[in-house]
Ligand binder design. Sequence first.
Ligand code: PNS
Length: 162
Amino acid sequence: MRIAVCPGSFDPITFGHVDVVRRALTMFDEVVVAVAANTSKNPLLTPERRVALATEVVADLPGARVGLVPGLLADYLREVGACAVVKGLRGPSDIDAEVPMALMNRHLSGVETVFLAGDQSLIHIASSLVKDVARYGGRIDDLVPAPVARAVREALADEGRR
Ligand code: PNS
């Protein structure tokens, strides 16, 4: 059983993430979409909401499941018995950000990271941009699955009421 972990903040999960999970499923028996904390980001959605949305979105992908990383990704990799981390790359700036994390995760766990080039038609999609577009009333329905679009709009409306 070859298990890969696809980690990220998933704040929120986008069509770009789903594309990477689909590609990873062609190479691994099981792909765990692992929702983790990124200390350099201030999330819009709670970890539980991000897990719930990701679970709904990958429900129709056989072999995919969702987990919550309570601490270090390296510890989680051991816990689930992962043989690889899978990350999508949209361009050079992703490489700059991802390679140090891949090296640190290998140092801590011995697990290699596999980088997959994202689909050309989706590489403009970033969770941060999705939130920004939605925040200013732009259309996000072709960037994220429908339940995610609704959740982002609701979370932004709640934020506005606070
Ligand atoms: O989607 P992101 O924000 O680029 O994903 C980064 C993430 C969440 C995968 C990374 O910050 C992470 O692994 N967080 C868990 C804590 C951890 O292990 N930190 C050390 C990373 S080398």
